[in-house]
Design a protein around this ligand. Structure first.
Ligand code: NAG
Ligand code: NAG
Ligand code: NAG
Length: 344
């Protein structure tokens, strides 16, 4: 039974498109200029091979219990807390035009926006928008605080091949439509990023960046859980927050809840996992967390990477949303926490 499953996913890989606006016509869709006075820094980049990362980080990895390893999250005592997200439903005008041709449009017409009381409550304070600049080009992705000064996003959001003059800015809790507090915790620029050599359909499509300010002390940050076993990801009920470009211009946080993984495979060596759910993302959601709960403790288990299907245009036509997770993600976060963190 293993082989057909593998083929099902692999045969779709050729049709995939990264769920990011980077580098697809991103100048058109970026319409929020962050208030930057000094030129933003070009981050240093480190790309380790997966094997080297595993070897280096081994002493810093917590031993798994029952096949699952984890580190706890940090919840600032002064922040409100919410176990449930309160959302506002919108008919997505972009999706509406497909009403007559979508195979099951009733399923996808409504998009959930994270309500402001939820946006300002932990753990929703840890999610935000990633502003990308590469020379004159602009784009964005989504991301999550996973340490005091540590951002988790998708590997394909990082301009590894840029010749310089590029930047990554993370703005937790971003909502351009809230005129009072569009950037409640400000933003921070990446000083350096770490990734392995992986594309958007690889189970290791994530990167961690050291930020130039410890904004995670104000927003809190998520711990992680990771397992070599597919069952962990298949059994879980997952949630995600991201900034899809064609939902309210990518200016507000959208969310999806109760996500179930339909297929999970090891990818890129034992450390990476590709996880496929029913489609829900669009470009800009790349790097958004896949998070779950254990009691009142939230944890991150992966990031959004791609939509895959017969057309990459929209999640209406897509067959799967892909996520990347696994032990490699945990190793990367541990690298950041132990090598770059102020607390480490
Ligand atoms: C916490 O929630 C209460 C009740 O909704 C609200 O009045 C208060 O402003 C919130 N505090 C913060 C720090 O968001
Ligand atoms: C359309 O989506 C709804 C909601 O998810 C589902 O209950 C229904 O079975 C779907 N219909 C078809 C024809 O797929
Ligand atoms: C870097 O990019 C910015 C934004 O396009 C541009 O204004 C600036 O002149 C560039 N700097 C260099 C050194 O190329």
């Amino acid at each position: 039974m293993k082989l057909p499953l593998l083929t099902a996913i692999t045969s779709l890989l050729a049709l995939s498109a990264p769920a990011t606006s980077f580098p697809l016509s991103w100048t058109d869709i970026f319409n929020f200029a962050p208030p930057v006075c000094l030129p933003p820094p070009t981050p240093k980049t480190t790309r380790l091979t997966a094997a080297d990362l595993t070897k280096f980080i081994k002493p810093f990895m917590p031993p798994p219990r029952g096949g699952i390893s984890f580190i706890p999250s940090f919840r600032p005592p002064l922040l409100n807390f919410t176990r449930k997200s309160f959302t506002t439903l919108f008919t997505d005008p972009h999706l509406k035009q497909f009403l007559t041709i979508a195979p099951n449009s009733s399923m996808v017409l409504m998009r959930k926006q994270v309500r402001d009381d939820t946006r300002m409550s932990y753990p929703y304070t840890t999610f935000g928008k990633v502003f990308l600049r590469d020379g004159a080009k602009r784009g964005f992705c989504s991301g999550t605080m996973v340490g005091p000064n540590l951002l988790l996003t998708a590997n394909h959001c990082i301009a590894w091949k840029s010749t310089g003059n590029w930047s990554v800015e993370f703005v937790p809790g971003f909502n351009a439509e809230d005129s009072r507090q569009p950037r409640p915790w400000g933003g921070a620029f990446a000083k350096q990023c770490l990734g392995v050599d992986a594309g958007p359909t690889d189970g290791r499509d994530y990167a961690v960046c050291e930020l130039d300010a410890p904004i995670g002390l104000s927003t809190g940050y998520l711990g992680w859980k990771a397992s070599l076993k597919n069952e962990f990801y298949l059994k879980g009920e997952w949630n995600s927050v991201g900034y899809p470009f064609n939902f309210r211009g990518g200016q507000v946080p959208a969310t999806e809840e109760g996500i179930r993984m339909r297929k999970v495979e090891s990818s890129g060596g034992e450390g990476g996992k590709i996880m496929a759910s029913s489609p829900y993302v669009e470009q800009g959601w790349s790097g958004g967390a896949v998070f779950g709960w254990e009691g009142d403790e939230p944890f991150v288990a992966g990031v959004v990477t791609a939509t895959v299907g017969t057309s990459a245009l929209d999640h209406i036509f897509a067959e799967f949303t892909f996520h990347a997770g696994g032990v490699r993600l945990a190793e990367m976060v541990q690298f950041g926490l132990t090598q770059w963190s102020l607390l480490g």
